[in-house]
Structure formats: C-alpha cells, structure tokens
Write a protein that binds this ligand. Sequence first.
Ligand code: ADP
Length: 172
Amino acid sequence: MNSLIISISTYSRHKQKESEYAMKKIALFPGSFDPFTKGHEDIVLRGLKIFDEIIIAIGYNSQKKRYFEIDEMVEKIKSCFSSYNNIKVDKYTELTATYANKHRAEYLLRGLRNTTDFEYENTIAMINKDLYDGLETVFLITSPKFAFISSTIIREVHSYGGDIRKYIPYTL
Ligand code: ADP
C-alpha cells in the first residue's frame, strides 16, 4: 500500500514537472558571438523579463574560421551568467530551428540595431518559421548605448591591439 502511495505521488510530481516544463517559455538566443559583447548581454538580460529560460547558443560552422575560440567563448559567456540558473550556454552545429526544436525553445531571441540588421533578420526569421512552424522570432531593439557595438568592430580593434575591455562583459 505504502509503495503504491509513493509511486502515485512520484507519478503526480513527474506529471506536474512535465506540465511546468510545457508551460515554460524557453527562448534560444543564437549567434556567432565572436565575441559576445555588452550588446548581447543586454539583450539576454532584457529577454529574461519576457522568457522563463534563455539558451545562449553559439552556432558553429567548422568551415568558417572564428577569431575567438568557441570553447573559450562558451566558458566566458557562462562566467557572465553564473548567478542565473535560467540562462544556459551551449554551442551547436545543426540548423538553428532544429536545435531550438530539440531543446523545446519556441522562441528565437534576436537583437536589432538598424535597418541593415532588419533586412538580414527578416529573412532569417521567415526561413526559421518556415522550417519549424512553432518557432516565433522575438526582436529586441538595442539599447542606444550599445547600438554601435558589433562583434566585427571589436575583432578589428582587438586585432590592432586596441583595448576592447569596455565592450565585453568578461575579461579575456
Ligand atoms: P549572427 O552571426 O547570427 O548575426 P551575432 O553574434 O553577430 O550573430 O549577433 C547575434 C544577435 O545579436 C543578432 O540578432 C544581432 O543583431 C544581435 N546584436 C549584435 N550586436 C548587438 C548590439 N550591440 N545590440 C543589440 N543586438 C545586437
């Protein structure tokens, strides 16, 4: 009898966990993050006001050479959010829509700085929605103080020995 009660309560706890999981709003924040910048950090922290959990995932293409090593960047991003148990950091090689689906993320979080970003993001959002109908892309407009920050510019400054410390939320 006792074991029956225990297994019923274990089952109902399992079911409750399952439904909590189903209700959880999980967003995937995909990107190259080469490097992850204060602009990206700002998008994540503002995204937490909308989503229960955010997965920051570095899309990796073995054909494309990175400036900052991917595993090092994963560790650096983790160090920024170590006090948050609802922010995960990962890397992936498959299609973004496939990765999102696998991790039950129904939202893609992206940032918009200008019309150039919009042109690019618009197409990406449409293809992702076409690939996986449950996937909604949510855009946050950049905070003006971070609008000029781009990974490309930071790489450029760094490659000429410039100081990039104020543009990144961790130490290199
Ligand atoms: P990708 O290679 O996929 O474009 P990035 O790492 O360059 O990835 O950027 C990831 C996302 O963050 C993109 O949606 C991009 O527009 C956004 N983003 C980049 N820099 C900033 C910034 N300074 N403020 C807000 N959003 C940004």
